[in-house]
Design a protein around this ligand. Structure first.
Ligand code: CA2
Length: 145
């Protein structure tokens, strides 16, 4: 069974508690519960990690080198700033899917560039929190065999 590490970056612990007009009403706990239920259906093992600290996210990606076949990552604001997270993902051999809840391309121009997209096998933006589930469905194919 493929193991998928789901990683959420800074401020996503506030999901559902502020700015519902941009990020929706679901909390991060709701997203995790929905992903866990879908993963069971799809025959995937999933783990969840959220941190407001860049180094902690990098450590989680390093650990995934040993224990995961895929990473689903919403790096949040680090998407637009972090060469260090890109470097960590470049050291990971499995599948990588970048998820953004909002359509970053419809927002401020500083959100249009992602360091992570150059490494990601797929990029999902603007599907709301359903984007995480779309990523898991695609992971079935990317991690098969
Ligand atoms: O659309 C996304 O998923 C983002 O990755 C979210 C980031 C933002 O910096 C990216 O440009 C796009 C921000 C996450 C902050 O999440 C909050 C959720 C609720 C309330 C406040 C912040």
């Amino acid at each position: 069974m493929a193991h998928i590490q789901i990683i959420n970056g800074p401020n996503l612990n506030l999901l559902g508690k502020r700015q519902p007009e941009i990020y929706g009403a679901e909390t991060l706990a709701d997203v995790e519960a929905n992903c866990a239920a879908l993963a069971q259906e799809l025959g995937l093992e999933v783990s969840f990690f959220q941190s407001n600290h860049e180094g902690a996210i990098i450590e989680c990606i390093h650990a995934a080198r040993e224990n995961a076949q895929g990473i689903v990552i919403n790096p949040a604001a680090y998407t637009h700033t972090s060469v260090a997270i890109l470097d960590a993902l470049n050291a990971f051999d499995g599948a990588v899917i970048e998820v953004h809840i909002s359509n970053v391309h419809k927002r401020e121009s500083f959100r249009h560039h992602s360091y992570v997209s150059g490494r990601a096998d797929a990029v999902i933006a603007g599907l709301g929190t359903e984007g995480y589930q779309a990523a898991l469905r695609r992971m079935v194919t990317l991690t098969a065999g």
